[in-house]
Design a protein around this ligand. Structure first.
Ligand code: C2O
Ligand code: CU
Ligand code: CU
Length: 488
């Protein structure tokens, strides 16, 4: 009875608030990449070679990767032909420079803040010292015009990313994010190794400029965009040759969008998750990535000369209850192209895929020690999201012992998915509503907590420090779905 009343009430809210969102984003005007056929139609970009260009390493010594990293205003073109006047970037590139390292290397990033607001750089997923982590409780933000050297070692092979931890909802959307790729010692390079940032952007259809988050509902649900971007553009095309071994390293820096992606006509194998290579690759029709998550998939390119196969995104329902909520996504209910692969002439015998080895996954099940049982809640009427009934900075600090195998439970009492992220340590999902997960698991730092579900994770809490944890829907983090964990 109570529940039914709430749903009706929510329907009313939706009817009041949605029209502004919907009118702003679902008109007939064709934003590139946002509706079916966007990638093909634009056709503006020549196919680019499959691969990536790492940031130049300023230090010749083995084992040290030194980069300059400057955050500044940068009017980038997301593929509309209209530069974003409010765009921001690291080193005038969206995504920012890809920092490439080998496991065990030391990264030296000379950061300079050329924006007009204080910033930190957070190295998402890296098990570093907490005073280099960029979480806002551990360091003074770097003021406009000032510099700071981030120095840390990367102990785990994997695909990571970096972003500001102040004003993230605004700045990450506008382009302030970059990637950090850490290779394992025994990685055999794929023929085509393509790191892809899967981002979305909410553009005003008239001006093609970043649209403001101007409704309470958009703030409460998280900002979903109307244009899908692969590495900062809606119109990318990438050259492939049949037979090539392709590795797609995917990261989701979107404010709130859960992606569910596949590549037309290709048989995907998931080979890595957040914290790196998984023990056993597994076949998947598509891969879901919540905000902040990464996944690497591998496939053998299959297609004929001239053929285009697209990286497609399926619609993921962020909110499970009520048909009204489906309309909240300006992309609607369909599938949308993100990037096109274009097959060249001929074919090659691809380099056989070799799964790199992974450090042992030490856990076979929950441990005796319960670090904490979190409760996530949302109050649609009150417009709040909370952890343990409070909003940051009032969420009680969690104290746990370093180096002890420890279980954490995250109970989501809300009707919405929340991507839960903990800084500084690696975790392994051992149960979802008491059942072991359906697919082989790798190390995670960010994972989905489905509506009305409890997810159990285990960590060895290898890395002591003072760590933030939060929902990676950036509007939720900003609204206080964030806390602090002391590992000592
Ligand atoms: Cu991408 Cu606090 O995290
Ligand atoms: Cu993080
Ligand atoms: Cu959330």
């Amino acid at each position: 009875m109570y529940a039914a009343t709430r749903y009706v009430a929510r329907g009313v809210i939706m009817r009041f608030l949605l029209p502004t969102v919907l009118l702003a984003c679902t008109g007939e005007a064709d934003l590139p990449g946002s509706h079916t056929g966007g990638v093909e139609d634009s056709g503006a970009l020549e196919p680019e070679a499959c691969g990536y260009t790492p940031a130049p390493d300023l230090d010749a010594a083995e084992g040290v990767v030194e980069v300059d990293l400057t955050a500044s205003a940068f009017p980038w073109d997301p593929g509309t032909g209209v530069p974003l006047t409010e765009g921001v970037a690291y080193n005038e590139s969206v995504p920012g420079p890809l920092i490439e390292a080998n496991v065990g290397d030391t990264i030296v990033a000379h950061f300079r803040n050329d924006l007009s607001e204080p910033l930190t750089v957070h190295w998402h997923g890296i098990r570093l010292a907490s005073d280099m982590d960029g979480g806002m409780q551990m360091m003074e933000p770097i003021q406009p015009g000032e510099t700071f050297d981030y120095v840390f070692t990367v102990p785990d092979a994997g695909f990571y990313w970096y972003h500001p931890h102040l004003a993230g909802a605004k700045l990450i959307e506008r382009g302030l994010h970059g990637r950090l790729l850490v290779h394992a010692d025994d990685e055999v390079p794929a023929d085509c190794d393509l790191p892809i940032s899967l981002d979305d952007l909410l553009l005003d259809e008239d001006t093609l400029q970043v649209a403001p988050v101007d409704t309470d509902m958009m703030q409460l649900m998280g900002r979903l965009g109307n244009v899908l971007l692969a590495n900062g553009r809606s119109d990318r095309r990438v050259a492939l040759t049949a037979g090539q071994t392709v590795l797609l390293r995917l990261v989701n820096p979107s404010n709130a969008r859960y992606w569910d992606v596949y590549v037309e006509g290709q048989s995907l194998q998931v080979v890595a998750t957040d914290g790196g290579w998984i023990p056993e690759p597994y076949a998947a029709e598509s891969v879901v990535l919540g905000p902040g998550e990464r996944a690497t998939v591998q496939f053998t390119a299959t297609g004929s000369p001239g053929e285009e196969v697209r990286l497609m995104n399926k619609r993921f329902q962020l909110h499970e209850e009520g048909g009204d909520m489906i309309e909240y996504d300006p992309l609607g209910n369909g599938e949308n192209p993100v990037l096109a692969f274009v097959f060249g002439e001929g074919s090659v015998a691809g380099t056989p895929w070799v799964q790199p080895s992974v450090p042992a996954m030490p856990y076979s099940g929950p441990t005796e020690t319960l670090g904490h049982h979190w409760v996530l809640e949302e109050d649609m009427m009150g417009g709040t999201v909370t952890i343990d009934g409070e909003a940051w900075p009032n969420v009680p600090v969690v104290d746990v012992a370093a180096g002890v195998d420890t279980t954490f439970e995250i109970e989501n009492k809300s009707e919405m998915h929340h991507p839960f992220h903990i800084h500084g340590n690696n975790f392994q999902i051992v149960a979802i509503n008491g059942e072991p997960p359906a697919t082989p698991q790798g190390w995670k730092d960010t994972w989905d907590i489905p509506p009305r579900s409890t997810v159990t994770v285990v960590s060895d809490l290898w890395n002591p420090g003072d760590w933030m944890y939060h929902c990676h829907i950036l509007e939720h983090a900003e609204d206080g779905m964030m806390g602090e964990m002391m590992v000592e």
